[in-house]
Design a binder for this molecule. Sequence first.
Ligand code: ARG
Length: 439
Amino acid sequence: MKLWGGRFRKEENKLMEDFNSSLKVDQRLYKEDIKGSIAHVHMLVQCNLLTEREGQDIENALLSILEDIDNGTLQIEGNYEDIHSFVESNLTQRIGDTGKKLHTARSRNDQVATDIRLYAKNKAFEVIASIEALQQSLEQKAKDNNVMMPGYTHLQRAQVVTFQHHLMAYYHMLNRDKKRIVKAIEIMNESPLGCGALAGTTHAINREMTANELGFSKPVDNFLDGVSDRDYLLELMSDFSIIMMHLSRLSEELILWSSQEFRFITIDDAYSTGSSIMPQKKNPDAAELIRGKTGRVYGSLTSLLTTMKGLPLAYNKDMQEDKEPFFDALDTVLSCLQIMSKMIATMKVNSENMKKAVKGGFLNATEVADYLVSKGVAFRDAHSIVGSIVIYCEDHDKAIEDLTMDELKELSSFIDDDLYDYIDYQNILNKGIKVGLLL
Ligand code: ARG
């Protein structure tokens, strides 16, 4: 049953066999593996390395294996070393000796590299689609809630913004996340098939043909490189890590905003959970889980970076350890994007509480300084004057706009009646919108 049994005198130790097997993990590559093999067979026929008949028989059998796996009649199990061995063994069981010709001019090293590139590329498009779905949720929620809220720095109330503007910040982060993945796909889009184990093959094969059939832009330029790098997985996982960092920040805000301290939003019941002891509790678990899973994705990236860092060229079995972290990071980022999108689409925005929060905390202090500048005061002096206005307000428990003109004049002779309009929150926002800041 071993693909490589010929040079061995003894059976493989059972413990070693289990230790060596990656079938449980790499079985999800079966479609790509069969697709890659079919392209390889087409090429072998074209290059007269297989007869038409042989090619047809192998292709038909591979297609029947695919169908059987898809409809559940063939389970991917047994003590096979990996998905490649599983498919090839099945092929030979089905069509006998002809099946043994499939691996002509191919190694599992270029085969696995091809499979994982095909898989990663496909899934990267899925990640892009999930990012776009989340962007849509954010954009819609933003449009529906063009209401004022406090903007923060250091988590201290700073200046007035709109909830729309705040949500759209994440929309734009996700836009760059998308561009990064598009770029990663472009860079990884070369075919390693035909690199052989590490040094190509003496058979006159046609790598352009398989690259073309599999949808790659071209074959890789260097055999050793083609079979031995996994930088494309690392690049995608770096991109996933950045996405998770963005989702984690958004999660953190959802958690804060849904707390009794803020009460800016209410997360839908469908995406919250309760407490087994405290009957009143409604916890933002989905957001917390996304924040938590971020560490897991970073861990996967670090894991593969560390696996790869000391490997001599070309293929080393260490590289079989690429799949678990990659699949885990991929599954995690996909599910987090999906949940976040639903959570945003269903959350309720409590605009009254946001407005109330804007009123407290001197969010128009900067605009008072701007006003003084418009009256000819140097900004640094204006800054200092407003500082004393704020102290005065704190001492008298008032907002700046609630001070009387007498009080204001006392604080600065540059202040006139037109200050009230200048520092009105809605007017401030309108100005921001005019110059395009708050879109
Ligand atoms: N299961 C292996 C992997 O994922 C496939 C390649 C094995 N090649 C080899 N020469 N042992 O990396």
